[in-house]
Design a protein. Structure first.
Length: 216
């Protein structure tokens, strides 16, 4: 898939004296989270991968493998840049819940999550221009309230579940379904920000400063 070049002035690497940043993900949520903390990637280059879990593959192993594969697919084509890859999966015990691409799958996920605690695994991999690599696995525990059939159907009508791991988006209406969360909230949205920034800066990435002329 062709790279999408982003025009946000904060992403001008020559202006800030640092290497470019490439986001190896098609997720608009990851891009929005990075921008939320003042980081605008210079390009978005999704990796074209088969992300199907392997037989008996555990959630932590799966999410690490996919994030590593994304980085490995994109980094060789952008040797002058920092490449950031990530993956997120929702798991009930050892069971990896799918991304909900249809209403029946979303309904099944919500029924399984109802009244139970599950875990969201997020893996982040950063590859530096010099070839050094760093990665981090982040796990967040999320508890759903017990859902009535009417609540499940109302959520399905919202359409927020489409393409979401586990069939829900915590940054939307599903926030009302979650009485407890232990760990990183942005990890559940799609990218653990504190850990991601630590990986980037640890490898030498210089986050952009305020846009030229900006007031404090």
């Amino acid at each position: 898939m062709a790279a999408a070049t982003l025009s946000d002035p904060r992403s001008d690497s020559s202006a800030r004296g640092g290497a470019r940043l490439v986001l190896a993900s098609a997720s608009p949520r990851r891009l929005a989270l990075l921008r939320q903390v003042g980081i605008a990637p210079d390009a978005v280059v999704p990796a074209d991968l088969d992300e199907a879990p392997r037989p008996r593959e555990l959630p932590a192993d799966y999410v690490r493998r996919v994030a590593r594969d994304k980085a490995a697919a994109v980094a060789p084509r952008h040797g002058d840049a920092f490449v950031l890859a990530a993956d997120t999966v929702v798991a009930l015990g050892r069971r990896i819940l799918p991304k909900a691409e249809d209403e029946a799958t979303a309904r099944d996920c919500l029924r399984r999550l109802s009244g139970r605690r599950h875990r969201v695994f997020g893996a982040v991999v950063v590859v530096a221009p010099n070839g050094r690599r760093a990665e981090r696995l982040v796990v967040t525990a999320v508890t759903f309230k017990r859902l009535t059939a009417a609540e499940i159907e109302a959520y399905l009508v919202s359409g927020e579940w489409q393409g979401k791991a586990g069939g829900y988006a915590i940054q939307g209406r599903a926030a009302a379904l979650v009485p407890r969360l232990n760990g990183s909230y942005p990890n559940v949205v799609g990218l653990p920000l504190t850990e991601t920034l630590a990986l980037l800066t640890g490898l030498g990435y210089l986050p952009p400063g305020p846009a030229s002329g900006a007031r404090p």
